[in-house]
Ligand binder design. Structure first.
Ligand code: LLP
Length: 442
């Protein structure tokens, strides 16, 4: 199923003013144009160039506090493990480590980044269907808090490695609840046909196996049904299925200390209705309250998505018989979400004069040699001149992390805005850096 939204419909698209109104970290200033936390984006583009990712530290902090607050208000002591995959910039990791978050990692690389960003090993959870022996060994050496095992085969591998290293792995079984999260097909993870998790009907037997294996200490269950979830009902269904398992396993005498509820909370890219952390907390409370388990979540997008934007410049406007093309200097190699998931991102002009100019419909594209390199179709925008800047909104999650150097395009710069000041946290990549690890054959 496509994401719960029509990808391109100028009749229902929110206007730039409506997009800005719902994002208090953005403001349009009559003199300086679009500001992020009071910092003119035009000034950043002048100094650093474009394309450039720009992040609001304060937005990340306040979203973390809002999420933690919603859980606390519901009377739940929930451990928040930031999903590193959403944005693994050092600055972002260090921000969440400082807030006291744990980390959810899916590779040895993410585990190392999380450790170097000072997440305590005990607050790291490791998920993924294909953890290699080297990655599992690293997790054991680091003695991380929890490994979410996703198959019987992985459980055997982990037991052998842990025994050889004379260690004990704290294991949660990641269970596939066979629930459709109703999100984009490519980011749905909790249906029986998806590669993730242990089939629901195998979970009880596998828990008993885990309890009997050397080097394994089963501590509970985990689930994650998908990403950009805009409806609480699938969460409720998944949680109910997991709670049933907790009861069934306890009846068999197993200890269930923890339930990891995964990530997935969606954000309103198109100002569409999206669930609040309070609604997620209520669903968790309804199902797990009184069950005496340590609850955890693994949010990524909700924390960082709205806090980032991709700053781009117009290369030229190409006129055709149909909608003209606004060709940007940012492309699918920078932000792949529109090409990959038909994702809708707000596109807002930066300059004050562009904000008030009359609008018409455009296609917004990048320079990469693929027709999929399209950020938007039939998008209502003012006629922008070459050199005009735009911000592609809500690009803080699954933006920079999914970039490539396709078409020999350098990885974009990254800028951090905090308390009305800004600094570059990653320089734009050079061609020398792209070639640094290559050599001609001998
Ligand atoms: N936990 C696990 C096990 C996950 O696989 C994911 C995301 C998360 C947590 C965090 O989910 P979030 O709260 O960010 O929704 N590239 C796609 C999204 C892929 C999500 C992969 N897993 C996109 O741009 O929409």
């Amino acid at each position: 199923m496509a994401a719960l939204q029509l990808p391109n419909d100028p009749m229902t698209d929110p206007s730039a003013e409506e997009l800005i109104a719902l994002r208090p970290w953005l403001k349009h200033d009559a003199m300086n144009g679009l500001l992020l936390d009071g910092v003119p984006l035009a000034g950043i583009a002048d100094e650093v160039g474009t394309p450039t990712w720009v992040y609001s530290a304060e937005t990340m902090r306040s979203r973390y506090k809002a999420l933690a607050g919603a859980m606390a208000d519901a009377g739940l002591a929930v451990h928040i493990h930031y999903a590193v995959k959403a944005n693994d910039s050092r600055a972002v990791l260090s921000l969440f480590a400082t807030q006291g978050a744990g980390a959810d990692v899916v590779s040895g690389g993410e585990l190392l980044k999380a450790r170097r960003a000072s997440f305590p090993a005990s607050n790291i959870v490791y998920s993924g269907v294909g953890k290699s022996p080297a990655e599992l060994s690293l997790a054991l050496r680091e003695d991380i808090g929890q490994i979410n095992v996703e198959s019987a085969e992985e459980l055997d591998m982990l037991s052998a490695l842990a025994t050889a290293q004379n260690r004990t792995a704290r294991v949660a079984l990641r269970v596939n609840p066979d629930v459709d999260a109703g999100t984009n097909d490519k980011i749905t993870t909790g249906r029986a046909t998806d590669k993730f998790g242990i089939p629901y009907s195998d979970a009880i037997a596998l828990y008993a196996v885990a309890a009997s294996l050397p080097g394994i200490q089963p501590i509970g269950l985990a689930t994650h049904i998908g990403s950009q979830i805009l409806d609480i009902a699938p969460y409720r269904n998944a949680f109910a299925r997991i709670a049933q398992l907790v009861h069934a396993l306890r009846e068999k005498g197993h200890r269930i200390e923890t339930v990891d509820c995964g990530g997935g909370l969606g954000i309103p890219y198109r100002n569409d209705p999206s669930p609040s952390p309070a609604a997620l907390a209520a669903a968790m409370k309804q199902t797990f309250h009184g069950l005496d388990v340590r609850l955890a979540i693994e949010p990524g997008r909700w924390l960082v998505g709205p806090a980032g934007l991709l700053l781009a410049s117009v290369v030229l406007v190409k006129r055709t018989a149909l909608d003209p093309f606004i060709v940007l200097d940012a492309a699918m190699n920078d932000l792949v979400r529109p090409a990959m998931y038909d994702a809708w991102h707000g596109i807002v002009p930066i300059a004050a004069k562009d904000a008030v100019a009359p609008a018409r419909l455009f296609s917004v594209v990048g320079p990469v040699c693929e027709s999929g390199d399209t950020f938007a179709r039939s998008r209502s925008l003012p006629t922008l001149a070459a050199g005009a800047r735009v911000a592609i909104l809500d690009a803080g999650a699954y933006g920079a992390v999914m970039s490539s150097t396709y078409n020999a395009r350098p990885l974009a710069a990254e800028v951090w805005v905090d308390q009305c000041r800004w600094s570059t946290i990653r320089d734009r990549q050079s061609i020398e850096e792209q070639w640094a690890r290559e050599r001609l054959p001998t």
